[in-house]
Design a protein around this ligand. Structure first.
Ligand code: ATP
Length: 234
C-alpha cells in the first residue's frame, strides 16, 4: 500500500534521512522505532508531503505522492496524528472530531463516521460538549486518534502517541490502537516506547541517525540482541 523507496530528505541543506526505504501492506500495523532525533518524525512528514525527498520517492497504492501538496496526500487517504496531539483547545470535543472530517471522501458521511468512532471511544461520547482543553492528557490523545479516524483514512500514521502520558494511560492508548487496527485499518506508528509499540505491531523498522539499520517481524525484533540492549534495556 505504502512504499518509501531510497529516500534522502531533510531541512534546507541538512540531510536527515539517508537512503530510507520501508513498506506497509494493507491491513498491517508497522512501527518505526528509534531514539530521539533519529528521524522518525521526518519520515512521517515525508510521507505526508510536508517534507519533499531530495532523492528517491514515496508511493501510495502505486502512485508517486512525493511531489503532492500535503492536502492532496490527505485526500489520497493518508492521515497523520501529530506528536503533541494539536487539538483546538477552545473547541468542544465534538467540534474537534468534526474538524477531522474535512477530507473529500469523509465530509458527506461525517455523522455516520462520528457514530462509528464513538463506538470505539465510548468515553468521548460522554464528553462531546466539553472543551478539549479540559480533558486529561490521555483523553486528549484519544480525541486526537478519534479525529484522525474521522477522515476515514486508508492509512493512519501516529507520531509518538504515548509521549508525555503516564504508564497506565500508555497502556490504554495502545489498547485503542490495537482496536483501531483490529477494525481493519492500516497503521504506521513511530515511537520511542519500543516495548509497547513492538507488542502492538506486526513488523518494525529500527531507525538510527537517519538510516534504517534493522527490519523484521515485531516479535523477532523483541528477541533481537541489539534491540534488547539499545532500546529495551535488557
Ligand atoms: P523525536 O522523537 O525527538 O521527535 P525523531 O526521531 O522524530 O525524534 P526528527 O524530529 O525527525 O526525529 O528529527 C531528526 C533531526 O532533524 C533532528 O536532529 C532535528 O533537530 C532535525 N530537525 C527536525 N525538524 C527540523 C527543522 N524544521 N529544521 C531543521 N532541522 C530539523
Amino acid at each position: 500500500m505504502l512504499e518509501v523507496r531510497n529516500v534522502d530528505a531533510g531541512y534546507g541543506s541538512t540531510v536527515i534521512l539517508q537512503d530510507v526505504s520501508l513498506r506497509v501492506e494493507e491491513g498491517e500495523v508497522v512501527t518505526i522505532v528509534g531514539a530521539n532525533g533519529a528521524g522518525k518524525t521526518t519520515t512521517l512528514r515525508t510521507v505526508s508531503g510536508l517534507v519533499t525527498p531530495k532523492t528517491g520517492g514515496v508511493f501510495f497504492e502505486g502512485e508517486e505522492i512525493s511531489k503532492l501538496q500535503p492536502h492532496d496526500v490527505v485526500d489520497r487517504g493518508i492521515t497523520l496524528i501529530p506528536e503533541g496531539r494539536q487539538l483546538f483547545p477552545d473547541m468542544s470535543v465534538r467540534e474537534n472530531l468534526l474538524m477531522g472530517a474535512h477530507r473529500r471522501d469523509a465530509r458527506g458521511v461525517r455523522s455516520e463516521t462520528l457514530e462509528e468512532v464513538l463506538g470505539l471511544f465510548p468515553r468521548l461520547g460522554e464528553r462531546l460538549d466539553q472543551h478539549a482543553s479540559s480533558l486529561s492528557g490521555g483523553e486528549q490523545q484519544m480525541v486526537a486518534i478519534a479525529r484522525g479516524m474521522m477522515a476515514r483514512p486508508r492509512l493512519l500514521m501516529f507520531d509518538e502517541p504515548s509521549l508525555g502520558l503516564a504508564p497506565i494511560i500508555v497502556e490504554q492508548v495502545f489498547d485503542v490502537i490495537s482496536k483501531v487496527a483490529a477494525s481493519g485499518m492500516t497503521v504506521l506508528i513511530v515511537e520511542q516506547n519500543v516495548w509497547h509499540t513492538l507488542k502492538a505491531a506486526d513488523r518494525g523498522y529500527v531507525l538510527e541517525n537517519g538510516e534504517m539499520v534493522l527490519d523484521d517481524a515485531a516479535d523477532a525484533l523483541i528477541e533481537n540482541d541489539h534491540v534488547r540492549q539499545a532500546y529495551l534495556g535488557i
